[in-house]
Design a protein. Structure first.
Lengths: 328, 326
């Protein structure tokens, strides 16, 4: 039973700690500091948030995506064929991202996340998971002005991101995660989606994960379990019905389940008892050695201190559950 | 009256007030000193709006920062202000937290409304944030479901509405910019909560739906129990009027037409404003159209805001003349 995170981590702390990254970005935008100076602050903040995750006791961390403005543009800006447009709401959150617009052929033109991965590994005593926004989600959250056909865009993105995945594997990433929340709202696109996921992970030997969040998996289950990835990530907080859905089918012996059991969007702190009960329930669906426990989504929807407290609580809950399960 | 002019809510704060708010937050100014400056700035905006010639005024929200946090801070038994959360880019806000049962703490907006109204013979709108938005833009550590939180918030706001009406307020605008966050799931709840706020209260209710995503909730939004719904039309180049082509505007409701863009510095020409209004009049007759900026003008400078209001009023005059209303 391992604890992990889903993706992003809050970029700035609250008083009395200084909001260094916010200040650095503001100064960069005013032309007061150089891109290199901004990058140095981003590196330092990345180290801080890696340490916060490690201190909390999380087994498998991410780099916190401190350099990312959002899940879409960080990738899109570094592929060919994208322009970046105005703000749109991210799913049902009160956060916004600049919408990528596909204006030409989408191609991979070199590693996007590899340097970030290497930097994180150097500064982490725990394994670091590489996180890529999946081709289907990236396509659906972009505006297509070039391909004119969803399948063609998704396929082009899958081919581009497959090269990124390969580059990350070569750099030593032990786990590569694809983030694909959007498929939950479009079960009719299953075949296209499954093909795209297969394209990205084809030939990879490292562990792979497919994470979803915010939506119900009802319409996709148990098909979701047939994807050629090691781990399936499911948010059990936003849609409690997901508990029932995953309980209805045997969990395949060759897969791992990543369960989002700590609310990444609300400050209310889960109790250790609640978490132990949830983990006991999960252990009946999937053996503990094949379980990942994580927040329901990335942690940027929370203030930084609450995010870390939630991770601490997750680890506490996992430890208590481990003991409880051993006792029987 | 045809083509009534008004504004959406917020205006830019004068520098002295921005500095005073900072000083107050650092504990270097008393609440009373800040209040005097908030009144001074409010008086400025009442005068500027009268000079420009708006028909129905707003007080300008000189005493408010964030439209949710303002109320949260006035309900310390029920809510507290949480840490910073990013909304996009490099923008962060302090997201409030519901920590206990939501209870009305006594009037939250009445004193400032009374002050603003005392300065003018024109009506000044009362300004509230709607129950769905108040809850959606807060964390909730108390209620087991969003529904319970939203309905209790509606009870709080109903008390505030009653207090405003008792003080003599006739026009009350209740903003619900979060209403299209998850419309399939929550729209009925948002309408039910709104109903609870306004039911059987003798006042004229308006609501402002912030720019973007109107297509997600039209025509359902016409179920909101208000006299007027305000749409930001200019920023999207009057695209939303296509929705009115597909499904006509409710004949019982007024359309508050946003005809100047609050997100650009450029000041519209009166003729440009008039063109916008003419487009609106293809769908809704002039006696049911109010003319306003797209949104609150607080992100503009005082001079820009004033110039935009002036262009708006001049544009309305052009159209009124054409219609033989002047």
């Amino acid at each position: 039973m391992l604890t992990t995170v889903v993706g992003h981590y809050p970029k700035i702390p609250n008083r009395p700690r200084p909001a260094r990254l916010r200040l650095a970005i503001a100064r960069y935008e005013r032309g007061e500091i150089s891109a290199q100076e901004l990058a140095r602050v981003q590196d330092e903040v990345t180290i801080e948030v890696i340490q916060e995750q490690v201190e909390a006791g999380v087994d498998v961390i991410t780099d916190g995506q401190i350099r990312w403005e959002d899940d879409q543009t960080y990738i899109a800006r570094r592929l060919t064929g994208f322009a970046i447009d105005g703000l749109v709401r991210y799913l049902d959150t009160n956060t916004y991202f600049r919408q990528p617009v596909v204006v030409g052929e989408v191609r991979w033109q070199g590693p996007i996340l590899v340097d970030d991965y290497r930097f994180a590994v150097q500064h982490s005593s725990r394994p670091v998971k590489a996180v890529i926004t999946g081709p289907y989600t990236l396509a659906l959250l972009s505006k297509d002005q070039h391909y004119g056909h969803r399948a063609r865009l998704v396929t082009a993105l899958a081919q581009a991101l497959a090269q990124e995945a390969k580059a990350l594997e070569e750099a030593g990433a032990p786990i590569i995660q694809l983030s694909e929340p959007m498929i939950l709202w479009h079960p009719e696109d299953w075949d296209l989606f499954a093909q795209a996921v297969a394209t990205v992970v084809e030939g990879l030997k490292c562990e792979t994960a497919l994470y979803t969040w915010f939506g119900s998996v009802e319409a996709l289950y148990p098909r979701l379990l047939t994807l050629p990835v090691t781990t399936i990530g499911i948010d059990l907080i936003s849609k409690p019905i997901n508990w029932q859905v995953i309980g209805q089918y045997p969990f395949p012996a060759d897969k791992k389940l990543a369960a989002g059991i700590v609310d990444g969007r609300n400050t209310r702190m889960e109790t250790v008892e609640e978490l132990v009960a949830a983990i006991r329930h999960l252990a009946r669906i999937c053996p503990p050695q094949r379980l990942y426990l994580n927040p329901s989504c990335g942690l940027e929807y929370l203030p930084r201190e609450v995010a870390q407290a939630k991770l601490r609580r997750l680890v506490e809950g996992a430890k208590a559950a481990q003991q409880a399960l051993e006792v029987g | 009256m045809a083509l009534t002019t008004s504004a959406v809510g917020s205006y830019p704060k004068p520098d002295y007030l921005v500095q005073a708010r900072n000083a107050y937050s650092r504990g270097k100014m008393t609440r009373q000193e800040l209040w005097e400056l908030e009144k001074k700035a409010t008086a400025l905006w009442i005068r500027l709006q009268e000079e420009v010639g708006l028909d129905v005024l707003v007080h300008g929200e000189m005493e408010r920062g964030d439209m949710v946090a303002y109320f949260a801070e006035l309900m310390p038994q029920s809510m507290k202000i949480g840490g910073l959360v990013r909304s996009y880019g490099n923008r962060y806000y302090h997201k409030p937290i519901i920590v206990d049962k939501l209870r009305w703490p006594g009037p939250m907006t009445v004193e400032m409304w009374q002050y603003a109204q005392s300065l003018t013979s024109r009506p000044v709108k009362g300004m509230l944030t709607g129950p769905y938005t108040m809850v959606e833009w807060s964390f909730d550590e108390y209620y087991p479901s969003r529904r319970e939180a939203v309905m209790d918030m509606a009870r709080v706001l109903r008390e505030e509405v009653k207090a405003l009406v008792e003080a003599g307020c006739r026009y009350i605008q209740i903003d619900e910019p979060a209403i299209h966050t998850r419309p399939e799931e929550d729209f009925d709840l948002a309408v039910e909560a709104f109903q609870l706020v306004v039911k059987d209260i003798d006042a004229i209710f308006h609501t402002h739906i912030c720019y973007g995503e109107v297509e997600k909730i039209y025509p359902h939004m016409l179920r909101l129990p208000v006299r007027q719904i305000h749409l930001a039309l200019k920023n999207t180049n009057f695209e939303y009027l296509k929705l009115l082509q597909q499904h006509p505007w409710d004949p019982e409701k007024e359309l508050g037409a946003g005809v100047v863009d609050v997100h650009v510095r450029r000041v519209e020409e009166p003729e440009e404003v008039a063109q916008g209004i003419r487009q609106v009049l293809k769908y809704v007759p002039p006696e049911r159209v109010w003319v306003l900026p797209d949104c609150g003008l607080k992100t503009r400078t005082i001079e820009e805001a004033q110039a935009k209001l002036k262009a708006m009023v001049d544009g309305v005059r052009l159209v009124k003349r054409e219609l033989g209303l002047l």
